[in-house]
Write a protein that binds this ligand. Structure first.
Ligand code: G3P
Ligand code: CA
Length: 269
């Protein structure tokens, strides 16, 4: 490689455990990130939302119904939205049994609990601001919590934290509040829009099926918010053949529920 863009295109992709190693442990829980760490996977991804009383918690859906026993514990509170339950109520829920009886008693982590475990495990975090339209001001709150947990120092910002969202507005707010925080836009923007997004993002993270080597090359040719080529993490890649294919496109990272499968696939290239 002779240019930064070419260097980016040729490096081996990093692996990100999607919602933790979520094929093997309940998504977005502490056991899921412990499993990623045990597999030696450097990055974990999560989804952050807010409770009725303003606490930040880690959960993917805007409802608690799929991944907890909320319907049994709080019948009559349908549709069991995260934003309609207090943190104390959510702390009573079982977020593991739906996945396997082995995980009975696993809780929905608060973001603070989650950050401490990521730090303890020496992991890196791809933090998704989920459904930000439901939670006005959540970006400022997330940054405040990250600062309190010691995650906004130079060491963490250099290579241990990325904040992403499907909402360009939310990513723009994060960048405006603290331009030092690496950011990513989820989705696959048209090539013509990349320069506009690049004023406040460092990465573009698309669904892998929308990618081509040409598109990844185009993204790499644009300088991001920190004056380095925009990077690309592709999601969600769970099969070895697909991992090899997207690695061949030159992506910088692969987000997967099965990080061991992707790692073995990349090792066999
Ligand atoms: O990190 C990419 C991926 O998490 C985006 O989709 O629905 O799993 O949050 P979703
Ligand atoms: Ca996510």
């Amino acid at each position: 490689p002779t240019s930064p863009a070419e260097a980016a295109a040729h490096a081996r992709p990093v692996i990100v455990a999607h919602r933790g190693a979520s094929a093997y442990a309940p998504e977005n829980t502490l056991p899921a990130i412990d499993r990623a760490a045990a597999l030696g996977i450097p990055w974990v991804e999560n989804d952050v939302q807010r409770t009725k009383d303003g606490r930040l918690v880690v959960l993917h859906d805007d409802s608690l119904a799929r991944t907890t026993d909320v319907e049994q514990v709080f019948p009559g509170r349908a549709p069991w939205k995260v934003k309609d339950f207090t943190a104390a109520e959510i702390a009573r829920l079982d977020a593991g049994s739906w996945f396997s009886p082995r995980y009975r008693g696993t809780r929905v982590p608060t973001l603070a609990q989650y950050m401490r475990r990521v730090e303890h495990n020496h992991e890196k975090l791809l933090l998704e601001v989920k459904n930000p339209q439901l939670y006005p001001g959540i970006e400022r709150q997330i940054l405040r919590l990250l600062a309190n947990e010691g995650w906004l120092d130079r060491r963490h910002l250099a290579d241990r934290l990325i904040v992403q969202s499907f909402s360009a507005d939310s990513v723009r707010i994060v960048h405006a509040l603290d331009p030092a925080v690496p950011t990513a836009l989820l989705g696959r923007p048209a090539a013509a829009d990349l320069r506009r997004y690049a004023t406040f993002v460092d990465m573009v993270n698309p669904p892998w099926g929308t990618l081509s080597a040409d598109y990844v090359g185009t993204v790499h040719s644009v300088l991001g918010a920190h004056h380095r080529p925009l990077r690309v993490f592709a999601w969600t890649v769970d099969r070895a053949a697909d991992a090899r294919k997207v690695a061949g496109y030159g992506v910088d990272g692969i987000i997967t529920n099965r990080p061991d499968v992707v790692r073995d696939a990349l090792n066999s290239v």
